[in-house]
Each structure stands twice: as structure tokens, then as C-alpha cells.
Design a protein around this ligand. Structure first.
Ligand code: HEM
Ligand code: HEM
Length: 186
């Protein structure tokens, strides 16, 4: 059965690490208006997300021949929407932090990772550019949040409408080993 197939462990592990980091940083981003002191933490977590997302993309390309087939039949709308949402999620989890990095540079700061090191400064200071990059960063972050909502809704729809539980496909758990009881002759 298709829905009993599993994603490779590395895909599942990176999926959940990024899910936690992304949702966490979206929340921190929303709090920034009232809690400016969270900005260094927001930038550092964002830099970690960029590194993890690039690792995840490379890993996915590495294991592409070992991925389970989609639970949606080929050539259906559901199959198309699923593939489009997954691709867009990959694009946005890389583009959103990149825009945050560029906005920080245009505002005249280096993007620092917990004060340990800074990413290279790619843009010189420009008030107007900083404004626009801030807007694009916000649009990318909100689009990411909307797509995450759609993605979670998608797995709920599978659960509720077709009764198939697809969550175990992406859980980073070892495959269940089927142990056969030894036949003991009487
Ligand atoms: C928060 C950020 C999230 C992102 C960016 C994300 C992204 C993705 C992507 C891209 C895939 C395809 C596998 C891959 O290429 O890595 C996937 C699979 C999956 N995700 Fe998420 N996900 C997120 C959160 C969640 C959450 C909260 C759930 C809980 C319901 C979830 C449930 C699933 C399931 C069940 C699959 C396997 C789909 C299948 O059966 O093929 N995801 N996710
Ligand atoms: C995927 C990772 C990231 C997410 C989901 C995210 C999300 C957000 C959100 C939701 C906001 C609030 C937008 C608003 O309502 O005005 C925000 C603001 C901000 N983020 Fe990020 N961010 C990420 C990565 C980064 C990175 C890597 C940096 C810089 C190194 C950064 C720098 C900023 C700055 C400077 C602001 C304030 C923007 C402004 O005042 O115009 N972010 N981010």
C-alpha cells in the first residue's frame, strides 16, 4: 500500500527540525513589533534555517530515487497541488531568510549568528532598498505561513476524507521490524 511507504530518515529528520524552527521564527517575527530585543535571536534562528534548508534541498536531491510515491494518483489535481505546494515550500524556506539577510545589510548591519560570526555583507546601506527588502521579506514570510497552513490542511484532508493516515510516512522513526514467532515443534 502506498501510504505505508516511508520517507528516508534524513528527509523526515530535516522535515521536523525545520518545521519547529520555521514555526518558531514566524512567531518570533510576529512578536518583533512589540519586542525589538528579539531581533538578534530572530536573525540567528533565520540563518540556521537557511543552512538547514539548503542541506535539506541537497539531501532531497541525493535521495530522490528512494522517495515513496505520492499518496495522490498521478495526473490528478491533488497530485499537482501537492507537488506545487512542496516545491513552493522549498523555494520560500530559502528565499525568506535570504531576503531577511539582504534587508539587514541594506539597513546598514551585518547578519550575525548569535554573535559568533556574521554572514558576508552583500549590499551597501540604502534606506529605500531596506524598506522594499523588508516588505518582500514580510510577503515571503506570510506566504510561507499560508502554505504551511495549506500543507497541514492537506494531510488532515487525507485523514478525514480518505481515512488514510499519512503522518507515519514522514515520522523519523525506525521502520517497524516484523518479528515472526519461532515455530517450536511440540
Ligand atoms: C512547518 C513547516 C513545514 C514544511 C516547510 C513542510 C514541508 C514538507 C515537504 C516539502 C514535504 C515533502 C517531503 C520533502 O520533500 O521534504 C512534506 C511532507 C509531509 N509533511 Fe510537512 N512541512 C511542514 C510541517 C508539517 C506539519 C506541521 C505536518 C503535520 C501534519 C506535516 C506533515 C507532513 C506529512 C504527513 C508529509 C508526508 C506527505 C506524504 O505522504 O507524501 N508537515 N512536508
Ligand atoms: C525562514 C526564516 C525567517 C522567517 C520565517 C522570518 C519571518 C519574519 C516575520 C514574520 C517578520 C515580521 C514581518 C512584519 O510583520 O513586519 C520578520 C521581520 C524581520 N526579519 Fe525575518 N524571518 C526569517 C529570517 C530572517 C533572517 C535570516 C533575517 C536576517 C538575518 C531576518 C531579519 C528580519 C528583520 C530585520 C525583520 C524586521 C523587518 C522590518 O522591520 O522591516 N529574518 N521576519
Amino acid at each position: 500500500m502506498k501510504d505505508s511507504a516511508r520517507y528516508p530518515f534524513s528527509v523526515s529528520l530535516l522535515h521536523w527540525l525545520l518545521a519547529i524552527a520555521l514555526i518558531g521564527n514566524l512567531v518570533i517575527g510576529w512578536l518583533l513589533d512589540d519586542r525589538e530585543e528579539l531581533l538578534p535571536l530572530h536573525k540567528s534562528v533565520g540563518i540556521a534555517i537557511l543552512a538547514l534548508a539548503l542541506t535539506r534541498l541537497m539531501n532531497r536531491l541525493r535521495v530522490r530515487d528512494r522517495l515513496p510515491p505520492s499518496v495522490n494518483e498521478v495526473d490528478t489535481l491533488a497530485n499537482f497541488v501537492e507537488a506545487a505546494v512542496h516545491r513552493l515550500l522549498y523555494v520560500l524556506m530559502i528565499v525568506a531568510p535570504l531576503l531577511g539577510w539582504l534587508k539587514t545589510n541594506a539597513a546598514g548591519h551585518a547578519a550575525s549568528f548569535f554573535g559568533l560570526f556574521s554572514l558576508p555583507t552583500l549590499l551597501s546601506r540604502s534606506r529605500e532598498l531596506a524598506h522594499w527588502l523588508g516588505q518582500f521579506h514580510m510577503i515571503a514570510a506570510y506566504s510561507l505561513a499560508a502554505l504551511i497552513g495549506l500543507h497541514v490542511l492537506g494531510s488532515l484532508v487525507h485523514r478525514l476524507l480518505s481515512g488514510s493516515n499519512i503522518l507515519p510516512r514522514i515520522l523519523p522513526l525506525p521502520r517497524r521490524t516484523v518479528r515472526r514467532a519461532k515455530h517450536v515443534p511440540r
